[in-house]
Design a protein around this ligand. Sequence first.
Ligand code: HEM
Length: 292
Amino acid sequence: MSNVQPGILAPVPAHARYLCCSLKAGAKPGHALRSLVEIADGDLVVVVGQPVAVALGHRIAGLRIFSTGFGSGLVLPSTSSALWCWLRGSDRGALLHLSRKVIASVSPAFNVETVIDGFKYDTGRDLTGYVDGTENPKGKKAFQATIVQGQGAGLDGSSFVAVQQWVHDFDRFASMPAKEQDNSIGRRRRDNKELAAAPRSAHIKRTAQESFAPEAFVLRRSMPWTDGVGGGLNFVAFGKSFDAFEAQMRRMVGAEDGVTDALFKFTRPVSGSYFWCPPMRKGKLDLGALGL
Ligand code: HEM
């Protein structure tokens, strides 16, 4: 595991900040990325998007642009980004100082487009009150679902991540009877018990990882976010490829059977990006696959 960015497999922290960056026109990002090698550790996960690989003239097999359609006609936002930094911690002041350090390092080549502050709600709930992450794979299973292996130096220990910012309509959700709320997730909020009789549109019926062939396991590390007024979930799913995420999303949008995930009744994604998470080597970010 020493070749994996430690923040990926670690539990969700109390606080986080997500910096999403685009590439400056004509910029060569090599120098800026190299400067991150010195800072990336357990408190900072650094991942890059397709625009960076293209600018550096290197192809990462499996890295692509987030699709706007998963086969149902429902259009999802695709906001391909060049660089995404997940700053993790327990202290918002420390996160601010770390963000300043990261921004100073990358600003010669990148524009910071969005800054999202995430946090742990209660013991790890979505802002609707439902526990999020219960069925995440653990230990060896989490590693196998998430980490690239057997591809050689520069790739082994790497991962892929799908990121979507979801905005909740809290009034709409509050207007739903409690039973309908539970049915939309497929679990009882009170005790997190799985509802065997939940409708096919229930979120966990749509995404049940063992029900896919092959099984579609991802490691979700989503966190609630708020801008002080609105809020929702910053959905983050790591995988050894995007295949499991895409299989789940196809079912969520109803591409297989015309049934749409009940989540769409009260929340919607406003972004969608895919990234590659470089591995570590001797305790430092290994950008060898990008020619750096
Ligand atoms: C606002 C957006 C979302 C919310 C509020 C949400 C919330 C939840 C909750 C409360 C659970 C049940 C507990 C658990 O096992 O974690 C769950 C399960 C799950 N969600 Fe989501 N989720 C969202 C988006 C997504 C998306 C976009 C995907 C993938 C495309 C996804 C994939 C999964 C998976 C794989 C499970 C576990 C299913 C199982 O194997 O039982 N979720 N989610």
